[in-house]
Design a protein around this ligand. Structure first.
Ligand code: ARG
Length: 591
């Protein structure tokens, strides 16, 4: 559907033209002064320069073209020095919302030219437990994926698993120290099959990595061994490869469980190891094309540009010992994505502390022709999640907070709050608590601009008041319960079938919010900014609650008016539920 401002802009453009000015000046936008008007057009000010006429005169001439016309969508007013202020009529507004409520996907405008977009988010590392640092990637990335999809794009989410490099050699080395008798270490050359069952559980595996990593920092010989193990794995040793596959299997099963709980879903479970086969040819080509050069034994690509304000060091693609690095893998991943999907854009949702890495990789990819000229490469860098002390979020005793523990803690807290509330049946309490907890965690994160650090404040995020997930859900559940109590005959007909012009300021404000949903989604998609949708839904929830407090809905005696209220509630419910779906959570029936 066309945005409401677009409908108004068209009318104003016509008027500018009719009055003898360029229709370009007819652009309308939301008002800076909602107390004076709903929308405004500042075109007369801009036109004044070109036509050398006072802006007021131009504005008057434009407004004059509407004189005597009936059924206009707005009241128009000209204010000095030349603002054109518009107040939309109740009829127009009600009609617009009625159409949006009945339109597919609430009238969210769909991209004229849908793009193929890959969203690279998650980025967990195999055999390391998911910690809160991975939470932001998952939460923000999932929402961006859903928003882009709603805007009509063809989107694939890729987890881009970290399953290659020294980390794997460390784990293998530690397992070897603990159980040297395992068949994986006896396999030289033979073709005996390996056992189906993994020789460790996920909890054992999660203990192994930190242990190995600590040892390698103190013990040079241990580190050498791990490097050797990494090398053996990468050169295809059968036993090492088979063990690595088991590590992957156990770890991925656990990751899937965790992401499932977060309502985060990847279309692609690709990993760093998948792209290793592309590396040799890619490197050869970079050398042959003169894109890469040797620097103290390492192979590098110069990526600095004259306008850089900070120095951008060369992108290293091979170390002097011939090993590939994080950058090499990211370059090969772009190569594979171009080959398999030919994306218009790749969006990386990764910690902003990696921004230099992405600048280097993106420039090297362009220079080497790995990324197509028109392929957009975008890093959406997010800030750190801090505790109330302003330092990176930790457990109470100062350890790294595991994602699972954080979710458990919040869910427990929500369960207590929800049990106190007798609206929820005992057997529903836990499921409801899990849903509300998820809204608390996700909304708490998403309501901040992604690039900013933010403080994870459990008490604030789980509150039913203020700008929080639980408050949004509470509002949605309130609408559901009114609709549940309504006389079914009042609810017949399609969504928004009957919406009358608003009878008060509160109702009008709510209608204006609902009319703005499509535009809010479109803007959030253009800016890759879920926080825009949080701001949108917070305002809508506030306006709904104000309307609710001012209005007798079920008790309204005029049947047509009552049905119109309920129709409006249905539309509000639909919009708000779709909005939280785009943020990545959903609402219970009761709470
Ligand atoms: N595994 C990496 C980490 O934990 C994140 C991967 C991000 N994605 C990428 N294409 N580099 O830091």
């Amino acid at each position: 559907m066309k945005r409401l401002t677009e409908c108004l802009s068209e009318r104003l453009a016509e008027a500018f033209e009719k009055a003898g000015f360029d229709p370009e000046y007819g652009r309308v936008r939301a008002s800076d002064r909602p107390d004076l008007c709903d929308y405004q057009c500042n075109g007369a000010m801009a036109a004044a320069k070109k036509y050398r006429k006072p802006p007021f005169e131009i504005a008057e001439a434009v407004a004059g073209t509407f004189a005597g016309q009936e059924g206009l969508p707005f009241d128009i007013q000209v204010v000095r020095p030349g603002f054109i202020n518009l107040r939309v009529t109740g009829e127009f507004l009600a009609d617009y919302v009625k159409n949006a409520a009945a339109a597919p996907d609430f009238g969210i405008p769909k991209a004229g030219k849908p793009e193929k977009i890959i969203v690279d988010y998650g980025g967990p590392n195999v055999a390391k437990p998911l910690h809160v640092g991975h939470l932001r990637a998952a939460v923000i990335g999932e929402s961006i994926k859903r928003i882009l999809r709603a805007a009509g794009h063809d989107v694939l989410g890729d987890v881009h698993l970290g399953d290659w490099g020294l980390q794997m050699g460390l784990i293998i080395t530690e397992i070897r120290h603990r159980s040297p008798e395992l068949p994986y270490f006896q396999a030289d050359g033979g073709d005996a099959a390996f056992p189906d069952e993994a020789p460790f559980t996920i909890s054992e595996l999660e203990e192994i990595y930190p242990c190995a990593s600590a040892k390698s920092k103190e013990d040079e010989a241990y580190r050498e061994e791990a490097l050797e193990a990494t090398h053996r794995l990468q050169s295809g040793d059968r036993g090492y490869r088979a063990l690595w596959e088991k590590i992957l299997e156990v770890s991925v099963a656990d990751l899937k469980k965790n992401y499932e709980r977060l309502d985060v879903h990847f279309d692609l479970w690709k990993s760093e190891s998948d792209v290793q086969p592309y590396i040799p040819d890619m490197i050869e080509k970079m050398k042959a094309d003169g894109v890469a050069r040797l620097d103290q034994g390492a192979l590098v690509v110069d990526v600095s540009e004259p306008d850089d304000r900070k120095e951008v060091p060369p992108c290293i693609v091979l170390k002097s010992d011939g090993a590939s690095l994080y950058s090499t893998t990211d370059l090969a991943t772009i190569l594979e994505r171009e080959k398999l999907f030919a994306p218009d854009r790749i969006v990386y949702v990764v910690d902003k502390r990696q921004s230099l890495h992405f600048i280097q990789v993106f420039r090297a990819a362009r220079k080497a022709g790995i990324a197509g000229k028109d392929t957009g490469l975008i890093h959406v860098g997010f800030g750190t999640m801090n505790g109330r002390d302003g330092k990176p979020f930790k457990t109470r005793d100062g350890g790294v907070m595991r994602l699972e523990s954080l979710l458990n803690e919040i869910t427990e807290e929500m369960t207590v709050k929800i049990r106190d509330n007798r609206n929820v049946r005992e057997d529903d309490a836990e499921r409801t608590a899990e849903m509300v907890a998820l809204s608390a965690v996700k909304y708490g994160d998403l309501s901040n601009q992604a690039s900013k650090d933010y403080v994870f404040d459990t008490e604030k995020f789980t509150s039913f008041e203020g700008n929080t997930g639980p408050y949004i859900l509470y509002t949605i559940v309130r609408i559901k319960s009114i609709l549940e109590k309504a006389d079914p005959s009042d609810l017949e007909g399609e969504a928004g079938a009957l919406i009358l012009p608003p009878s008060g300021e509160e109702e009008k404000a709510l209608l204006m919010d609902l009319a703005g949903f499509g535009a809010a989604v479109e803007d959030a998609a253009a800016e890759l900014a879920p926080h825009r949708l949080c701001a949108y839904i917070f305002q809508t929830a506030n306006d709904f609650n104000r309307f609710y407090h001012e209005t007798k809905i079920l008790g309204e005696e005029d049947g047509t008016r009552r049905r119109s209220y309920l129709s409006l509630l249905k539309a509000a419910l639909g919009v708000m539920e779709r909005c939280i779906d785009l943020l990545g959570f959903s609402a219970p029936e009761h709470m």
